[in-house]
Write a protein that binds this ligand. Structure first.
Ligand SMILES: [Fe+2]
Length: 280
């Protein structure tokens, strides 16, 4: 399956106004759509869909980009052959997500996936309200997500054997592995952790410069926005980042300087510390 990148994520939130303020603090553009928000970080119309929800907060869906309609058709056939249920998205839903075609499916942990092709660009310039110089996206997608899944082994098999992700490395803080997986040069677009319930732990946005990260950190201090882990540098993807508490409880990692993996030379390792320094 030819998944190229994490195109977008959708999150269910209780406090839409809190998210508007929070996303602007991070330096993203925030657009109102219906009773929710669209968060824009690059030339795409949005990368995060914020939707109001009364049934709990967390991940609503992940959108994974394929290169064209033929690749999406092949992907759908492969999911069906592997015994997974698929549903072609309606024209209305495709219009809402600004894509030309989409297949919806569910992973073994219960997360909703939207495989899509043909993002429809609006060519609106990204202008950060707080001066972030830009976010690293393009072929590396919107960033990464870290999810807790009740079926770690089944989910890892699903993302690697069926969806074609490659394992970048493992971390084994306790009995179970944390599994970091990539679908492009970004070290991981997805990491999975064993959990009793499906959970969104964080999503990561990668700014272009260290100054972007430093100024974002200062904006947190200046507005008493809670930081869950201070500045640090990860061992595996070498991201220099900090973690911020979103209004929904889960975290947002704000970083820069992520490693680019070369598939020709990469070998899988197990890390024993998540950070060289910091992230306290
Ligand atoms: Fe992360």
């Amino acid at each position: 399956m030819d998944i190229r990148s994490l195109g977008y994520v959708g999150i269910d939130v209780a406090d839409v106004d809190g998210w508007r303020e929070y996303a602007e603090l991070l330096g993203t553009m925030v657009l109102t759509e219906g009773d929710g928000l669209r968060i824009k970080i690059d030339e795409w119309p949005f990368r995060v869909v914020v939707q109001p929800s009364e049934r709990g907060e967390g991940l609503a869906f992940t959108g994974w980009e394929l290169p064209d309609a033929a690749a999406l058709e092949t992907a759908t056939d492969e999911l069906v052959a592997a015994g997974f249920t698929t549903e072609a998205a309606s024209g209305d839903l495709c219009a809402e997500r600004r894509v030309r075609g989409m297949t919806r499916t569910t992973d073994p942990g219960g997360f909703q996936l939207e495989l899509f092709h043909g993002p429809v660009h609006d060519h609106e310039l990204f202008m950060s309200p707080t001066g972030v110089s830009g976010f690293r996206t393009g072929p590396q997608g919107m960033g990464h997500i870290v999810l807790g899944t009740p079926d770690l082994a089944g989910s890892v098999r699903y993302y690697t054997d069926v969806l074609g992700f490659r394992v970048s490395d493992y971390w084994k803080p306790a009995d179970d592995d944390v599994v970091f997986m990539r679908c492009n040069q970004r070290h991981h677009s997805l990491a999975l952790v064993a959990a009793s319930e499906p959970a969104l732990y964080h999503f990561m946005l990668e700014a272009l410069t260290l100054d972007d990260v430093g100024y974002a950190l200062d904006r947190h201090y200046d507005t008493d926005t809670p930081i869950s882990m201070g500045l640090g540098k990860h061992t595996n993807d070498q991201m220099v980042s900090f973690y911020s508490h979103s209004p929904s409880g889960f975290e947002v990692e704000f970083g820069c300087g992520g490693l680019l993996v070369d598939d020709a030379t990469w070998t899988v390792t197990e890390i024993t510390k998540p950070s060289f320094w910091g992230h306290r």
